[in-house]
Design a protein around this ligand. Structure first.
Ligand code: ZN
Length: 227
C-alpha cells in the first residue's frame, strides 16, 4: 500500500484532502471552554498528515511540544460533488473508519490566543492516523433514517485505561450535514476524508503510550506513540 492510501475492505483508496471539523460534540466544546458553533468549524490537514500505523509505532517528535489525542469517526468519499444537499451528501460516502485528530495542543492554544491559524497544530506529519475503512452498505440510507453514521459508540483506551467515550449520535452536525456544508466552499473529490470531531476526554500522549481507538462496527486502530 502506498503512502497517502487507506485500506477499504480488501481494496485501497488514494486520499485526496482531509477536511476536519472542530467543536462537533457539546461535551468537548464545554471542556475546551469554547462556544457552541452555529456553523461547522472546519480546518484542513494536508494529505501528508495521513498515517496508517496499525499495530506499529507512530513517531511525533518531542520537540513539537504537547500532543493531545482526539478519537474521531472518519468518512471516506467515493464520489465528489459541489454544493450538494445533505441527502446527496449521504450518497457520496463510500466508507467509515476510525481516525485520530492528533493535536499539538500548546501550539494550538498559542494560535487561538494570537488569533492565528491552526495549520501547524493540526496538520503536521502524522497528525491523522487512520485504521482500515469499511464500505457503507448500499442500503445505508434506508437502514439509518436518522443519520448515515447511525449511533455508534466511540472509545479511546490508552495503556488499557478508558480516556474518551461518546456516541456518534451526539454530533452537533451529522456527517451528511458536514459534507453538504463543506461542499459550498470546497469541491469534493473521490478519496476525500472527513474527520467528524471528537467527544470529551481529550488529553496528553506520552512516548510508549499504547492506543486502542474503537468505534462500533469498525476495525480498531491500534498503535504506539513514540516521541
Ligand atoms: Zn478533532
Amino acid at each position: 500500500m502506498q503512502r497517502r492510501e487507506v485500506r477499504l475492505d480488501d481494496d485501497s483508496r488514494a486520499v485526496a484532502k482531509i477536511i476536519c471539523v472542530g467543536r462537533n460534540y457539546a461535551a468537548h466544546v464545554k471542556e475546551m471552554g469554547s462556544e457552541t458553533p452555529a456553523e461547522p468549524v472546519f480546518f484542513l490537514k494536508p494529505p501528508t498528515a495521513l498515517a496508517c500505523p496499525h499495530e506499529g509505532e507512530l513517531l511525533i517528535p518531542e520537540a513539537l511540544g504537547e500532543l493531545h489525542h482526539e478519537i474521531e469517526l472518519a468518512i471516506l468519499l467515493g464520489r465528489g460533488g459541489k454544493d450538494v444537499t445533505a441527502r446527496e451528501a449521504a450518497k457520496l460516502i463510500e466508507g467509515f473508519g476510525v481516525a485520530m485528530d492528533l493535536t499539538l495542543r500548546a501550539l494550538q492554544t498559542k494560535a487561538k490566543k494570537a488569533r492565528a491559524p491552526w495549520a501547524v497544530a493540526k496538520g503536521f506529519d502524522g497528525s491523522g492516523p487512520v485504521g482500515a475503512f469499511v464500505k457503507t452498505p448500499a442500503d445505508a440510507e434506508a437502514a439509518m433514517a436518522e443519520s448515515v453514521a447511525g449511533d455508534r459508540a466511540l472509545r479511546l483506551e490508552i495503556n488499557g485505561e478508558i480516556r474518551q467515550e461518546g456516541r456518534t449520535a451526539e454530533m452537533l452536525f451529522r456527517p451528511e450535514e458536514l459534507i453538504a456544508h463543506a461542499s459550498r466552499y470546497f469541491t469534493l473529490e473521490p478519496g476525500d476524508l472527513f474527520f467528524t470531531g471528537t467527544p470529551s476526554g481529550v488529553g496528553p500522549l506520552f512516548s510508549g503510550d499504547k492506543i486502542v481507538a474503537s468505534i462500533e462496527g469498525l476495525p480498531e486502530l491500534r498503535f504506539t506513540i513514540r516521541r
